[in-house]
Design a protein around this ligand. Structure first.
Ligand code: ATP
Length: 416
């Protein structure tokens, strides 16, 4: 494995993995890289985040390692895992058999059963391999469940029959890996998924975990395939009965994928826009229920609501909302960028799409030359009136009727 690691990992990641191994030796602890990282090395896919499992107290090890590497430590006591944040990457550390064995490196059988136990708790055979990074056996592969063979066959195989019932997010993960890697679910695994889907899988699952998995899928270059697969498996309707990947949703997912760099250019969250596309065909109420289940932030919730309202407006005809710059400004000014990008990507009418883009690029940034301070100096009593006056000045400026400070002050005076 050493050769594969050297050729796939970039230089600094490879060196860092070696350093962690040396540090583990010093602590007298067995350490392996594990999970997705090992899978990706076999698949020759670049990985930067490092997943490590140690046979012993992983949290203590992580704290010491964070000091050694001058990284920031964050521990998760409940799961006996920790993260170390470095300048250019992250190390995830988990503990196998942390309490039971102090110095397992001295006992090869214990090492083996400890690692096997850790690997057995994972999701699919291709994610259940580990590679030693201690100096004496650096690069030795632990593959007790046939991960390499399944990687070659391009199949996803679950670890045991209760796997999806234990943790239904694994269904989402299965679809993610299937579509990302071009793998197929093995027959029995697929059967187990179908059996699990007879239950209300999402009822007892935390919304955060569902959201996390969904958003990872939305972050892939082309989430459409995964969404179609989830739909055909019957997963999406478990989230909300009416969700379908219909022609509009397909068009939207494609548009969003094709516009990723533009979306990033606006500093917007493509995952959220994909969620808008997913919820596009259901009622506002149903979308609100999904948003609540997924425990979205207040801003995300608002953006989803706005996307719904804008879609309705668009269906009635966006052209009817006016033509002037000020019409556009006041229509869009309080909307989240994601909701506006959703609306823009939905437009078949190019003029309307250009209108939204014009707002995002130009109108949104327009400022007037006067402020509340000027109104105060003019003796106007402070209150809600200020908003009305300043909006009227903004309207005049946008429509080219009061461009300079003098013109704007004159306009205010004309009110009184
Ligand atoms: P990605 O490349 O998308 O990050 P990954 O396989 O590395 O994929 P992570 O979510 O980072 O995914 O998880 C790291 C490893 O932890 C997985 O490879 C798997 O071994 C294990 N794992 C993650 N989630 C689960 C789960 N729900 N059930 C069992 N094992 C899991």
């Amino acid at each position: 494995m050493q050769k594969a690691m050297r050729s796939v990992l970039d230089g600094s990641t490879y060196v860092l993995v070696g350093k962690i191994g040396v540090f583990a030796d010093k602590q007298g602890i067995k350490a392996c890289i594990v999970g997705g990282m090992v899978r990706d090395i076999f698949l020759k896919r670049k990985t930067v985040d490092i997943d490590v499992v140690v046979l012993g107290d992983g949290m203590k090890f992580a704290r010491l390692l964070a000091d050694e590497l001058h990284g920031a430590y964050k521990g998760f006591e409940k799961f006996k895992t920790a993260k170390i944040f470095l300048k250019n990457g992250r190390i995830d550390i988990s503990s196998a058999r942390s309490e039971t064995y102090e110095k397992p490196a001295a006992l090869p059988n214990v090492v083996l059963s400890g690692i096997n136990e850790d690997l057995f708790r994972r999701d699919f055979t291709i994610n259940s391999m580990a590679v030693s990074i201690n100096r004496e056996d650096f690069g030795e592969l632990f593959d007790p469940f046939g991960g390499v063979s399944d990687l070659k066959k391009k199949i996803l195989k679950t670890m045991h029959d209760k796997s999806f019932i234990d943790d239904p997010t694994r269904i989402l993960r299965a679809v993610r890996f299937e579509t990302r890697l071009g793998f197929k679910m093995e027959k029995r695994t697929l059967k187990l998924i179908h059996e699990t889907l007879k239950r209300n899988i999402f009822d007892n699952l935390s919304g955060e975990r569902i959201r996390e998995e969904l958003f990872i899928m939305f972050g892939e270059p082309s989430p459409l395939k995964a969404m179609l697969r989830l739909d055909s498996l019957g997963v999406l309707k478990k989230l909300s009965h009416g969700i379908r990947i219909d022609a509009t949703a397909i068009r939207m997912f494609k548009n969003i994928s094709a516009s990723r760099s533009m979306i990033a250019g606006y500093g917007a969250d493509a995952a959220l826009i994909n969620l808008m596309a997913l919820l596009g065909g259901i009622t506002s109420g149903a979308a609100g229920t999904v948003a609540a289940k997924l425990k979205l932030s207040n801003e995300q919730n608002t953006a989803i609501k706005q996307a719904k309202e804008l879609r309705m407006l668009s269906e009635k005809g966006l052209a009817k909302t006016g033509k002037s710059r000020s019409d556009t400004y006041f229509l869009f000014k309080d909307h989240a960028t994601e909701a506006l990008l959703y609306l823009m990507l939905m437009q078949k009418d190019r003029k309307q799409a250009a209108r939204i883009r014009h707002f995002l690029d130009k109108l949104k940034h327009v400022k007037i030359e006067i402020s509340g301070k000027d109104l105060k100096e003019m003796g106007i009593k402070e209150g809600p009136e200020y908003t009305r006056i300043l909006s009227a000045v903004m309207k005049a400026k946008l429509d080219g009727k009061a461009n300079t400070r003098e013109e704007q002050l004159k306009l205010v005076k004309s009110y009184f």
